[in-house]
Write a protein that binds this ligand. Structure first.
Ligand code: FES
Length: 91
């Protein structure tokens, strides 16, 4: 299912509204602004993966500007990601 803010494609509204309508899914993939990723992780009933595509500084692991706290220690989105599992992310 697809959701867009303006309704130009799929359902109009936030992706969390579509997510709440789905009953039979076992995994999700999400990319976009961090508040949306956080909302999807909070609302989803399954495991899933989030792509943190906007959290980049140098892009090659030197600046630590993309560091993200996880259950397994800090990870650099540019080197260790950009995709992290829902269960490992500490918001
Ligand atoms: S963007 Fe600099 S360490 Fe990831």
């Amino acid at each position: 299912m697809v959701a867009t803010a303006d309704g130009s494609i799929g359902k109009q509204g936030f992706v969390t509204a579509v997510l709440n309508e789905l009953e039979n899914y076992s995994y999700f993939y999400a990319c976009g602004p961090e508040p949306m990723l956080k909302a999807v992780c909070a609302e989803s009933k399954s495991s899933g993966a989030c792509s943190f595509e906007e959290r980049m500084g140098c892009g090659f692991g030197a600046c630590m500007g993309c560091s993200c706290e996880t259950k397994y220690g800090n990870k650099r989105i540019c080197r260790d990601g950009p995709v992290l599992e829902k269960e490992e992310i500490i918001w």
